[in-house]
Design a protein around this ligand. Structure first.
Ligand SMILES: C[S@@+](CC[C@H](N)C(=O)[O-])C[C@H]1O[C@@H](n2cnc3c(N)ncnc32)[C@H](O)[C@@H]1O
Length: 219
């Protein structure tokens, strides 16, 4: 199959979590095992999910993306590699996480290059609100962590302020910057683009335990 061609829906179904859902998610039922679960919000073309799932078969990954085209593109990449430890949903992560994901059920939450939506009339589209930060804390296991990466310095500040004001998560040492060994060896597609442009990348890590710095990161 040529690169970039989306697989038929039947082939993607094992990777898709259909929405809307009508009951709280049960990770064990969804993945068929009790491995820890990590969430990526706004996965775009899915590079992080593909690389992380291939490197960590002992972890289950769940991605939420609001754009259907990206959900199907990421599912195609996962299906071509038979990465059965990933499910992807197409929905607005904010109400979905608030209403359907069990408390203390996630080992990590990854939010990479969220859209900043600076214009006032677009603020309601922003992912990172006090409610979203509080939801992240509720969903994290006691030793869980929230990882946020952005190229926008003001957005990094907004995230820090929001997390401090709305949660008890503590900021910890960020993961070190990885040196890519090939063209797909980046955290995400946006990270590749921005690093190749020479932009500064802001990496934030917040931990749910009172002893920051002890948690191993997969970044
Ligand atoms: C700037 S892109 C970054 C994509 C990817 N994380 C990367 O780094 O390559 C932000 C992504 O978040 C998605 N997104 C924005 N708001 C969202 C929401 N409320 N729920 C789920 N996904 C959202 C967008 O559709 C877009 O794919």
């Amino acid at each position: 199959m040529p690169k970039g061609v989306r697989l038929p829906l039947e082939a993607l179904e094992p990777y898709l979590l259909p929405t809307p859902v009508t009951e709280a998610l049960d990770w064990q039922k969804i993945f068929g095992n009790a491995h820890p679960v990590e969430l990526e919000v706004g996965f775009g073309k899915g590079l992080y999910l593909v690389n992380a799932a291939a490197a960590h078969p002992e972890v289950n990954y769940f991605g939420i993306e609001i754009v259907r085209k990206y959900q199907l593109l990421a599912a195609t990449r996962l299906a071509k590699r038979e990465l059965r430890n990933v499910r992807v949903a197409c929905t607005d992560a904010r109400p979905f996480l608030r209403d359907w994901v069990p408390s203390a059920s996630l080992q990590r939450i990854h939010v990479y290059f969220p859209d900043p939506w600076w214009k006032k009339r677009h603020h309601k589209r922003r992912l990172f609100t006090g409610e979203f930060a509080a939801t992240c804390q509720r969903l994290l296991m006691p030793t869980g962590e929230l990882l946020v990466v952005t190229d926008v310095a003001d957005y990094a500040t907004l995230v820090r302020q929001t997390v401090a004001a709305s949660t008890q998560l503590s900021e910890a040492e960020p993961p070190p910057e990885h040196t890519p060994s090939h063209d797909l060896d980046y955290l995400t597609h946006f990270e590749r683009k921005f690093r190749q442009e020479g932009r500064t990348i802001h990496r934030l890590r917040f931990v749910n335990s009172p002893s920051p710095g002890t948690t191993k990161s997969l970044l």
